[in-house]
Design a protein around this ligand. Sequence first.
Ligand code: NAI
Ligand code: A1CAB
Length: 267
Amino acid sequence: MINQLLIIGCGNMGGAMLAGWLAAGIDSLRFAILDPALPEAPEGVVLYREATEAAAANAHDAVMLGFKPQQLRDLAPGLQGLAGEDVTVCSLLAGITRAQLASAFPQAKGHVRVMPNLAARVNRSPVILCESGLEDAGRADLFALYDALGTAIWLEEESRFDLVTALAGSGPGFVYRFIDALAGAAVELGLDRDVAEELALVTVDGASALASAADIGPGELADRVASPGGMTREGLNVLDEDAALRRLLTATLRATAEKGAELSKGA
Ligand SMILES: NC(=O)C1=CN([C@@H]2O[C@H](COP(=O)(O)OP(=O)(O)OC[C@H]3O[C@@H](n4cnc5c(N)ncnc54)[C@H](O)[C@@H]3O)[C@@H](O)[C@H]2O)C=CC1
Ligand SMILES: O=C(O)[C@@H]1CCC=N1
């Protein structure tokens, strides 16, 4: 078991994960935060402002980097005292590879790329894990911890990590744009904004829940919505013409994944 995870940088993403772990009933003593700017920590979670304070406490056996990828180069030297040979270094840093983590924290026991999304706050996040240097027991402990936030999966092929980041880490951003656009389109065609927004949200929520429970894929489900000779097919035809939606999303994921490589180069 991981006794204490020190979250270094607990902003939007780290904060969502911490909230998810606490909501899952995990003891607050198993977490600590190092963040110079976070206004306050959740009840029962110790908050350090300086790396030296966290090093003096020496209570953690894993750290999770939750600051920006662009900060790694500047911050890593001052964090060495927190990443000794008994400590596993987990990282949320988009684009930063295991090799870069190993070079930034050479003494650590293992190095793990972790890619969740903001739904960790409600324990509904995918969490993609890609590690080096861990033994079986360490892998199992990490998996159990991250699985409490939703659905953890191991990715062995690190070359795909930026792509899964685009799909599963950035994905909520794209879904929120879709929900907004769906509601906005209905407003443009005459519906009141509050009705449109509520209907768009409930529709996406219900459709997603049904797709999760169904024993057929979303493509076939879409066809079931389209009654023969009915209304839905006309709308699907718009989305499908020249694979318009598919092409838009391919370009979206490509641009997102390519930024990962850029962040890595800059680090
Ligand atoms: N926002 C998201 O949905 C996702 C973000 N990520 C990753 O999570 C990381 C953080 O992103 P966000 O939470 O969105 O950013 P954020 O700006 O909300 O959080 C960054 C946190 O780092 C803290 N920080 C800054 N300097 C620090 C220092 N010297 N020592 C310790 N903490 C420091 C800030 O005070 C802040 O609380 C990034 O590496 C990003 O790639 C990964 C998956 C999804
Ligand atoms: O935008 C970003 O770089 C991070 C990584 C995935 C989601 N947010």
